[in-house]
Ligand binder design. Structure first.
Ligand code: B3K
Ligand code: ZN
Length: 844
């Protein structure tokens, strides 16, 4: 397979003036007729006329009405074309019903739908399928389905057909078509300039009661983007469709967002508080793409972070505004460390703007998305809020209608602020997570803090240049008063000192407040100081972080030295949990512990070989000790934070339930699940039911609930996904692989539904001690199923290979077991390009 390089970028030689598509829908023989007007682009590099096309059966091709005979290859066609403007016409046949890759036009539960990003449009018809080719589309759909949808505004419809026109030029990856027997949940929104917009969420019959929350989220997003970024919606209609079989979360197609049903359907009975929050965030994210992604798109796929990093950043701001800023920040950092730091420290590490790829779908990663968003946050910290919004205004006016680059993006900041961002750009080109080490001195009222940055080598990048790092710092007095409010230190050198004068006593520093940069902070600190910050820091992130560091250090000592759980940590934690002036959601987060994966990486960084079983055991021991330490407090917390009255998935109620359920998790260790059983029996919403179910499973007392849960929910595919996941995640590590295998034999298991596949095989990796079981059974069951899925759905297979990405941390026996599985995957005849690229990179 061919490697594509950023440095090879060449513009397409023609401009597409307009695209007219006609679809004659039939499950295995859909006809697609395309009429495209091409105009040569003056001064474009000379090139052969090439149109992408994959898995298409050509019926006819004409240029200016004359039949032609192009040269067809596996990837497209070439042909001779006139030197002047011409009309291209082609008719092709495709088979949506047998398209199991879920890319291009496919069928899900009898409904037609599309997924074109990144390169799926070429599976629909011949086209210059690249994001810098932008055109206006008119689409006619002919089919017996009652609902026929495409991008833009509806222009005409009749019995068995509908026509749509999208006035906004767009790249083909934003094309969408949906046809099916669908029910809509309608609403309206009036934009700030008074434009009336029709809104619809389209679902399968039976799901119409699960749309109200998504609709509210959509309206809030539309309003928020006007209020905060001055961005208004630009069509007469905005449609969202829920689809059961979908490779990822959702897709921002212009005016016709297509969603994985798990990311839009919501009801208190079937969705947890976390589901609600995620749905709100994804609806916002896809909607925000209308400006950051659609109106301004990417020149090429190397620029993916231009739209994704920015849009993730925007949706985080939205969630922070709708809910709680500190809680959102802490949750985002937990995710960043779990997914992005893990990626950055392993064989799949790549820059936020990669420089080469084989299969672009493999680069929709935590690095491009979440680290990409962190870079936007750092820029905002460096230039300040006012300059940030000034730069964004300039970005929207200067680049509206463009397919832009990271250079364009940085230039608007340079022009709006006068700042030179040459060094900042390294964040986009250098992979790896910087380690920031700290040393301190205090003499005669002057406090000096010295930072040093080091980034370990990553694949293909041995040497790293120093980056600009915004370090938010505050100083506290030993009595807990803040003597220096949050101040941004701008680090530009490998090593750099900052001084603070006129201090009466040696201060306690609070460093990297709000997690102001995506780095790993190394600072020798005492338990006392961490406990002090946990009690006194005014920065909520660092307050949480102090507790997290205490927990982590204690766990590491338990694992390495066989120490007992640290009572000073337990005392400090108890004080936080007891403090009713603190947000319950914050206290629930404080009760969380570093993940098994975090601890494995920490041990590895310290030069130890992590033992997954020992890590799991230490966490179990600490949780048991926590439960005992708090045994008088837990019943009080559990009772006090029960929510009465009507269920609402808002921040206040969710926070209370999160704290009560964290308490329940600990109580279960004391009562064997008695309280959890009561909660399970009384639950009238999924948050309460699922939390209790998890407790019962973890206590080894879950058989009755497992049967009951299935019986209650067997008609609801999204809830049954949870049933699959929970049994594996909560399994004893010795049994996790066997339970996974048993569940893959369950009649409700299906390889064809990515949600169900991820709910099962993806869940195994969420039980690290089970997945990394010394028997190798976890590795084998995952590899068996990846091998089976690959011929059907390469994209989902490739993505799930990342469960193996941390393998070099482990002992030789485990490495050998994993290598055997990786090699077995690589040896499959006809292995997809997607999966081969991932396994090759991991195996290296
Ligand atoms: N842009 C899509 C992701 C497409 C993934 C293609 N493999 C969803 C999003 O980020 O909003
Ligand atoms: Zn996105």
């Amino acid at each position: 397979p061919q490697t594509i390089y950023l440095s090879d970028y060449t513009p397409f030689g023609w401009t597409v003036e307009s695209v007219h598509l006609t679809f004659r829908l039939a499950p295995t023989a859909t006809r697609v007729i395309s009429k495209i007007r091409f105009t040569p682009t003056p001064n474009a590099p000379k090139q052969a006329f090439f149109l992408h096309g994959e898995a298409l059966t050509p019926i006819r091709c004409t240029i200016d009405g004359q039949q032609i005979t192009p040269t067809f290859t596996d990837t497209g066609l070439t042909c001779d074309v006139p030197d002047t403007a011409f009309d291209w016409e082609a008719e092709v046949e495709i088979s949506p019903a047998t398209n199991t890759a879920l890319e291009g036009l496919y069928m899900s539960n009898g409904m037609y739908c599309t997924q074109c990003e990144a390169e799926g449009f070429r599976k629909i018809t011949f086209y210059p399928d690249r994001p810098d080719v932008m055109a206006t589309f008119t689409v006619r759909i002919e089919g017996a389905e009652p609902v026929l949808l495409s991008n833009g505004n509806p222009i005409a419809q009749g019995d068995g057909w509908a026509e749509w026109h999208d006035p906004w030029p767009k790249p083909a990856y934003l094309f969408a078509l949906v046809a099916g027997d669908l029910i809509n949940h309608p609403d309206r929104f009036t934009t700030q300039s008074g434009r009336d917009v029709e809104l619809n969420i389209w679902v399968r019959p039976g799901d119409q009661d699960k749309c109200a929350f998504g609709m509210e989220a959509l309206k809030k997003s539309m309003k928020w983007d006007e209020d905060v970024y001055g961005r208004e919606y630009d069509l007469d209609i905005f449609n969202i469709v829920a689809v059961d079989d979908f490779n990822m979360g959702a897709m921002e197609n212009k005016g016709l967002n297509v969603f994985n049903s798990s990311c839009v359907l919501a009801s208190p009975d079937t969705s947890t508080d976390l589901n609600f929050e995620r749905i709100e965030a994804i609806i916002a994210h896809e909607y925000f793409h209308n400006w950051t992604g659609n109106r301004i798109t990417c020149r090429d796929w190397f620029q993916l972070c231009l739209k994704e990093g920015l849009t993730v950043y925007r949706d985080s701001q939205f969630t922070a505004d709708m809910r709680s800023e500190p809680v959102k920040r802490i949750s985002d950092v937990i995710q960043l460390r779990a997914r992005q730091f893990r990626e950055d420290n392993g064989p799949l590490a790549h820059p936020v703007r990669p420089e080469s790829f084989v299969e672009i779908n493999n680069f929709y990663t935590a690095t491009v998305y979440e680290k990409g968003a962190e870079l936007i946050g750092m820029l905002k910290t460096l230039v300040g809020d006012d300059a940030y919004y000034k730069a964004l205004d300039l970005y929207f006016t200067r680049h509206d209608g463009d397919a832009a680059t990271i250079e364009d993006w940085l230039k608007v900041f340079e022009d709006a602020t006068g700042r030179d961002l040459t060094q900042f750009k390294r964040w986009y080109s250098q992979a790896g997570t910087p380690r920031l080490s700290v040393s301190e001195a205090f003499t005669d009222g002057t406090y000096t803090v010295t930072f040093r940055q080091d980034t370990p080598p990553t694949p293909g990048q041995d040497v790293k240049d120093p980056r600009v790092i915004p370090i938010a710092v505050g100083l506290l007095n030993p009595n807990g008063d803040e003597v220096l409010p949050t101040t941004i230190l701008e680090m530009t050198e490998v090593e750099q000192s900052f001084t603070f004068e006129g201090l009466a006593t040696r201060p306690v520093p609070s460093i990297l407040r709000g997690f102001s940069a995506p780095v790993i902070l190394h600072r020798d600190s005492t338990n006392e100081e961490r406990a002090f910050l946990l009690a006194h820091d005014t920065d909520p992130f660092n307050k949480w972080e102090a507790g997290r560091a205490l927990a982590r250090d204690g766990l590491i000592r338990m694992i390495r030295n066989g120490d007992a759980p640290d009572t000073s940590y337990l005392d400090s934690l108890t004080a936080v949990v007891r403090d009713d002036t603190l947000d319950p959601a914050f206290r629930a987060l404080a009760l969380g512990l570093p993940s098994q994966d975090d601890l494995a990486q920490t041990l590895f960084d310290m030069g130890n070989t992590p033992d997954p079983q020992a890590i799991w055991q230490a966490l179990e021991t600490l949780k048991q000790a926590t439960a005992q330490h708090m045994q008088d407090l837990l019943p009080r917390i559990y009772a006090q934070y029960q929510v009465d009255g009507e269920y609402a998935p808002d921040a206040a109620q969710s926070g209370a339930r999160a704290l009560a359920n964290a308490a329940l998790g600990l109580l279960t260790r004391l009562d064997g699940g008695a309280q959890a059983q009561k909660q399970y029996d009384a639950a009238d919403n999924m948050t309460q039911q699922l939390a209790a179910f998890a407790c019962l499973l973890s206590a080894g007392n879950g058989d009755a609930a497992t049967a009951d849960f299935y019986d209650q929910w067997k008609h609801d595919r999204l809830v049954i996904d949870k049933w699959f996941t929970m049994q594996i995640v909560q399994a004893d590590p010795d049994q996790a692989a066997a339970i996974t295998r048993t569940l893959t034999a369950h009649p409700d298991f299906s390889m064809k539904n990515p949600n169900r596949f991820r709910a099962t095989l993806g869940a195994l990796a969420m039980n690290p001690a089970g997945f990394h079981h010394a028997s190798g059974a976890g590795y084998a069951v995952l590899a068996d199923w990846l091998i089976q899925l690959d011929p059907l759905n390469p994209q989902t297979t490739a993505r799930m290979c990342s469960s193996f990405e941390t393998w070099k941390r482990y002992d030789p026996d485990r490495q050998a077991l994993i290598a055997t599985q990786l090699d077995r995957i690589l040896a499959q005849p006809g292995l997809s390009r997607d999966t081969r690229e991932m396994v090759d990179r991991i195996r290296k």
